[in-house]
Design a protein around this ligand. Structure first.
Ligand SMILES: C[S@@+](CC[C@H](N)C(=O)[O-])C[C@H]1O[C@@H](n2cnc3c(N)ncnc32)[C@H](O)[C@@H]1O
Length: 246
Protein backbone atom coordinates (compact mmCIF):
# COMPACT_ATOMS: atom_id res chain seq x y z
CA UNK A 1 0.00 0.00 0.00
CA UNK A 2 2.80 2.41 0.98
CA UNK A 3 4.63 1.51 -2.22
CA UNK A 4 1.50 2.05 -4.24
CA UNK A 5 0.95 5.48 -2.68
CA UNK A 6 4.59 6.44 -3.27
CA UNK A 7 4.34 5.31 -6.89
CA UNK A 8 1.06 7.24 -7.33
CA UNK A 9 2.62 10.37 -5.84
CA UNK A 10 5.70 10.19 -8.04
CA UNK A 11 3.60 9.52 -11.13
CA UNK A 12 1.47 12.53 -10.25
CA UNK A 13 4.51 14.79 -10.12
CA UNK A 14 6.17 12.87 -12.97
CA UNK A 15 9.24 12.04 -10.91
CA UNK A 16 9.76 8.27 -10.71
CA UNK A 17 11.40 7.27 -7.40
CA UNK A 18 14.29 5.60 -9.27
CA UNK A 19 15.20 8.90 -10.88
CA UNK A 20 14.64 11.28 -8.01
CA UNK A 21 18.13 10.43 -6.75
CA UNK A 22 19.42 13.96 -7.20
CA UNK A 23 17.94 16.91 -5.30
CA UNK A 24 14.88 18.36 -6.95
CA UNK A 25 14.41 22.09 -6.28
CA UNK A 26 11.32 22.93 -4.20
CA UNK A 27 10.19 25.33 -6.90
CA UNK A 28 10.22 22.52 -9.49
CA UNK A 29 8.14 20.24 -7.26
CA UNK A 30 5.66 23.00 -6.60
CA UNK A 31 5.45 23.65 -10.32
CA UNK A 32 4.71 20.00 -11.01
CA UNK A 33 1.88 19.99 -8.45
CA UNK A 34 0.34 23.32 -9.35
CA UNK A 35 1.18 23.69 -13.04
CA UNK A 36 2.16 27.06 -14.45
CA UNK A 37 -0.07 29.97 -13.58
CA UNK A 38 -2.64 30.81 -16.29
CA UNK A 39 -1.46 33.51 -18.66
CA UNK A 40 -3.15 36.89 -18.75
CA UNK A 41 -5.35 37.34 -21.84
CA UNK A 42 -3.70 38.91 -24.85
CA UNK A 43 -5.67 41.96 -25.98
CA UNK A 44 -7.17 41.28 -29.44
CA UNK A 45 -6.46 44.92 -30.26
CA UNK A 46 -2.69 44.46 -30.17
CA UNK A 47 -1.10 44.15 -33.61
CA UNK A 48 1.34 41.23 -33.32
CA UNK A 49 2.31 41.12 -36.99
CA UNK A 50 5.85 42.39 -36.33
CA UNK A 51 6.47 40.73 -32.95
CA UNK A 52 5.13 37.22 -33.55
CA UNK A 53 6.54 34.91 -36.26
CA UNK A 54 6.82 31.20 -36.81
CA UNK A 55 10.08 29.50 -37.78
CA UNK A 56 8.57 28.95 -41.22
CA UNK A 57 8.03 32.71 -41.64
CA UNK A 58 11.66 33.60 -40.93
CA UNK A 59 14.03 34.27 -43.83
CA UNK A 60 16.28 31.31 -44.60
CA UNK A 61 19.14 31.91 -43.97
CA UNK A 62 17.95 34.00 -41.04
CA UNK A 63 19.59 37.35 -41.74
CA UNK A 64 18.80 39.87 -39.01
CA UNK A 65 18.74 42.83 -41.42
CA UNK A 66 15.75 41.24 -43.15
CA UNK A 67 13.82 41.21 -39.84
CA UNK A 68 14.74 44.47 -38.13
CA UNK A 69 14.93 48.00 -39.49
CA UNK A 70 17.88 49.00 -37.27
CA UNK A 71 21.36 47.46 -37.30
CA UNK A 72 22.95 45.82 -34.26
CA UNK A 73 24.27 42.55 -32.92
CA UNK A 74 21.80 39.66 -32.85
CA UNK A 75 21.19 37.48 -29.77
CA UNK A 76 18.82 34.52 -29.44
CA UNK A 77 17.06 33.13 -26.37
CA UNK A 78 15.96 29.52 -26.64
CA UNK A 79 12.87 28.69 -24.54
CA UNK A 80 11.79 32.27 -23.90
CA UNK A 81 8.74 31.30 -21.80
CA UNK A 82 6.71 34.36 -20.79
CA UNK A 83 9.29 36.77 -22.24
CA UNK A 84 10.55 38.68 -19.20
CA UNK A 85 14.17 38.39 -20.36
CA UNK A 86 13.36 39.63 -23.87
CA UNK A 87 11.37 42.59 -22.60
CA UNK A 88 14.08 43.60 -20.12
CA UNK A 89 17.07 43.32 -22.44
CA UNK A 90 15.31 44.84 -25.44
CA UNK A 91 14.47 47.84 -23.25
CA UNK A 92 17.94 48.08 -21.69
CA UNK A 93 19.89 47.60 -24.92
CA UNK A 94 18.01 49.29 -27.80
CA UNK A 95 21.18 49.01 -29.90
CA UNK A 96 20.99 45.18 -29.86
CA UNK A 97 18.49 42.86 -31.56
CA UNK A 98 16.82 39.84 -30.01
CA UNK A 99 14.92 36.76 -31.14
CA UNK A 100 13.23 34.58 -28.54
CA UNK A 101 12.17 31.14 -29.71
CA UNK A 102 9.50 29.23 -27.81
CA UNK A 103 7.94 25.89 -28.68
CA UNK A 104 4.65 26.68 -26.91
CA UNK A 105 2.43 28.89 -29.08
CA UNK A 106 0.58 30.48 -26.16
CA UNK A 107 3.86 31.55 -24.51
CA UNK A 108 5.29 32.85 -27.79
CA UNK A 109 2.10 34.88 -28.35
CA UNK A 110 2.16 36.17 -24.78
CA UNK A 111 5.79 37.29 -25.24
CA UNK A 112 4.97 38.95 -28.56
CA UNK A 113 2.13 40.83 -26.86
CA UNK A 114 4.39 42.19 -24.12
CA UNK A 115 6.96 43.30 -26.73
CA UNK A 116 4.22 44.92 -28.84
CA UNK A 117 2.69 46.64 -25.79
CA UNK A 118 6.06 48.21 -24.99
CA UNK A 119 6.63 49.03 -28.67
CA UNK A 120 10.00 47.29 -28.69
CA UNK A 121 11.17 47.21 -32.29
CA UNK A 122 14.37 45.29 -31.52
CA UNK A 123 12.85 42.01 -30.30
CA UNK A 124 10.70 39.33 -31.93
CA UNK A 125 9.06 36.22 -30.46
CA UNK A 126 9.31 33.17 -32.71
CA UNK A 127 7.04 30.16 -32.31
CA UNK A 128 8.82 26.89 -33.02
CA UNK A 129 11.62 24.52 -32.13
CA UNK A 130 14.81 26.29 -31.12
CA UNK A 131 16.98 23.34 -32.11
CA UNK A 132 15.55 23.40 -35.62
CA UNK A 133 16.03 27.17 -35.84
CA UNK A 134 19.75 26.74 -35.12
CA UNK A 135 20.19 23.64 -37.25
CA UNK A 136 18.46 24.95 -40.38
CA UNK A 137 18.34 28.74 -40.39
CA UNK A 138 21.09 30.47 -38.43
CA UNK A 139 24.21 31.24 -40.50
CA UNK A 140 27.77 30.63 -39.26
CA UNK A 141 29.43 33.36 -37.17
CA UNK A 142 26.28 35.49 -37.00
CA UNK A 143 25.32 35.74 -33.31
CA UNK A 144 26.67 37.86 -30.48
CA UNK A 145 24.92 35.78 -27.83
CA UNK A 146 22.85 32.67 -27.13
CA UNK A 147 20.76 32.53 -23.96
CA UNK A 148 19.33 29.38 -22.38
CA UNK A 149 17.65 29.99 -19.03
CA UNK A 150 16.06 27.26 -16.93
CA UNK A 151 15.63 24.76 -19.79
CA UNK A 152 13.17 21.93 -19.08
CA UNK A 153 15.14 19.31 -17.09
CA UNK A 154 13.26 16.21 -18.33
CA UNK A 155 13.63 14.31 -15.07
CA UNK A 156 12.94 10.83 -16.39
CA UNK A 157 16.03 9.09 -17.73
CA UNK A 158 14.28 7.93 -20.89
CA UNK A 159 13.34 11.55 -21.69
CA UNK A 160 16.83 13.03 -21.18
CA UNK A 161 17.53 13.09 -24.90
CA UNK A 162 14.82 15.76 -25.22
CA UNK A 163 17.02 18.22 -23.32
CA UNK A 164 17.83 21.34 -25.28
CA UNK A 165 21.47 21.45 -24.18
CA UNK A 166 22.62 18.38 -26.08
CA UNK A 167 25.78 17.91 -28.11
CA UNK A 168 24.19 18.68 -31.51
CA UNK A 169 22.66 21.95 -30.31
CA UNK A 170 25.85 23.04 -28.54
CA UNK A 171 27.81 22.31 -31.73
CA UNK A 172 25.38 24.59 -33.57
CA UNK A 173 25.88 27.25 -30.89
CA UNK A 174 29.64 27.22 -31.56
CA UNK A 175 29.08 27.35 -35.31
CA UNK A 176 26.62 30.26 -35.15
CA UNK A 177 28.39 32.43 -32.54
CA UNK A 178 30.78 35.09 -33.76
CA UNK A 179 34.27 35.05 -32.24
CA UNK A 180 33.89 36.47 -28.70
CA UNK A 181 30.16 35.61 -28.83
CA UNK A 182 28.75 34.25 -25.56
CA UNK A 183 26.59 31.36 -24.41
CA UNK A 184 24.67 32.08 -21.20
CA UNK A 185 23.21 29.13 -19.29
CA UNK A 186 21.34 29.28 -15.99
CA UNK A 187 19.39 26.53 -14.25
CA UNK A 188 18.07 25.50 -10.86
CA UNK A 189 18.91 21.83 -11.54
CA UNK A 190 22.41 21.05 -10.33
CA UNK A 191 22.56 17.72 -12.16
CA UNK A 192 21.65 19.37 -15.52
CA UNK A 193 24.25 22.08 -14.83
CA UNK A 194 27.04 19.59 -14.04
CA UNK A 195 26.25 17.29 -16.97
CA UNK A 196 26.19 20.26 -19.39
CA UNK A 197 29.45 21.69 -18.07
CA UNK A 198 31.10 18.26 -18.42
CA UNK A 199 29.77 17.90 -21.98
CA UNK A 200 31.11 21.34 -22.93
CA UNK A 201 34.50 20.67 -21.32
CA UNK A 202 34.85 17.35 -23.16
CA UNK A 203 33.38 18.02 -26.59
CA UNK A 204 32.48 21.64 -27.29
CA UNK A 205 35.00 24.35 -28.19
CA UNK A 206 33.84 27.11 -25.92
CA UNK A 207 35.97 28.59 -23.21
CA UNK A 208 34.62 28.84 -19.68
CA UNK A 209 32.68 28.52 -17.52
CA UNK A 210 33.08 32.11 -16.47
CA UNK A 211 31.49 32.90 -13.16
CA UNK A 212 28.31 34.99 -13.12
CA UNK A 213 27.52 36.71 -9.85
CA UNK A 214 24.03 36.98 -8.43
CA UNK A 215 22.79 40.49 -7.78
CA UNK A 216 20.00 41.43 -5.42
CA UNK A 217 16.59 42.19 -6.82
CA UNK A 218 15.51 45.79 -6.33
CA UNK A 219 11.83 45.26 -7.15
CA UNK A 220 9.38 42.44 -7.65
CA UNK A 221 10.20 41.86 -11.31
CA UNK A 222 13.94 42.56 -11.04
CA UNK A 223 14.98 39.09 -12.20
CA UNK A 224 16.37 37.91 -15.50
CA UNK A 225 13.52 35.48 -16.16
CA UNK A 226 10.30 34.29 -14.50
CA UNK A 227 11.92 31.00 -13.53
CA UNK A 228 14.80 32.83 -11.87
CA UNK A 229 12.27 34.88 -9.90
CA UNK A 230 10.37 31.81 -8.78
CA UNK A 231 13.51 29.88 -7.88
CA UNK A 232 15.01 32.70 -5.82
CA UNK A 233 11.76 33.55 -4.05
CA UNK A 234 11.71 29.90 -3.04
CA UNK A 235 15.31 30.15 -1.71
CA UNK A 236 16.61 27.53 -4.14
CA UNK A 237 20.08 28.07 -5.64
CA UNK A 238 20.56 29.19 -9.23
CA UNK A 239 23.57 27.77 -11.13
CA UNK A 240 24.92 30.22 -13.71
CA UNK A 241 27.61 29.92 -16.36
CA UNK A 242 28.89 31.95 -19.26
CA UNK A 243 31.02 30.57 -22.11
CA UNK A 244 32.88 32.41 -24.87
CA UNK A 245 33.77 31.38 -28.40
CA UNK A 246 37.48 32.21 -28.75
C1 LIG B 1 11.24 25.88 -17.77
S1 LIG B 1 10.75 27.00 -18.99
C2 LIG B 1 11.82 28.41 -18.74
C3 LIG B 1 11.30 29.63 -19.43
C4 LIG B 1 12.20 30.87 -19.30
N1 LIG B 1 13.49 30.66 -19.94
C5 LIG B 1 12.41 31.27 -17.86
O1 LIG B 1 13.52 31.10 -17.35
O2 LIG B 1 11.44 31.75 -17.24
C6 LIG B 1 11.46 26.27 -20.44
C7 LIG B 1 10.80 26.77 -21.70
O3 LIG B 1 11.46 26.23 -22.83
C8 LIG B 1 10.49 25.92 -23.82
N2 LIG B 1 11.12 24.93 -24.73
C9 LIG B 1 11.39 23.64 -24.45
N3 LIG B 1 11.98 23.05 -25.51
C10 LIG B 1 12.09 24.00 -26.48
C11 LIG B 1 12.60 24.01 -27.80
N4 LIG B 1 13.13 22.91 -28.36
N5 LIG B 1 12.53 25.17 -28.50
C12 LIG B 1 11.99 26.28 -27.96
N6 LIG B 1 11.47 26.32 -26.71
C13 LIG B 1 11.53 25.20 -25.98
C14 LIG B 1 9.32 25.41 -23.01
O4 LIG B 1 8.11 25.47 -23.73
C15 LIG B 1 9.34 26.38 -21.82
O5 LIG B 1 8.54 27.51 -22.05
Amino acid sequence: MVNFLAYFLFELVKLPPSEAAFPIPKSALRNQFMGRRALRKVSPELDLSFHLRTVEQLPNPCIANELFSDEGPLEIEVGSGKGLFLQNVATLYPERRYLGIEVSFKYARFTAARLAKHELKNAIAVHGDGLRLFRELIPDDSLAGVHVYFPDPWWKKRHRRRRVLNEAFLTDVVRTLKPQGKLHFWTDVKEYYNVTLELIAEKISLSGPREVTQRSAEHDLDYLTHFERRTRLNDDPVYRAQFVKE
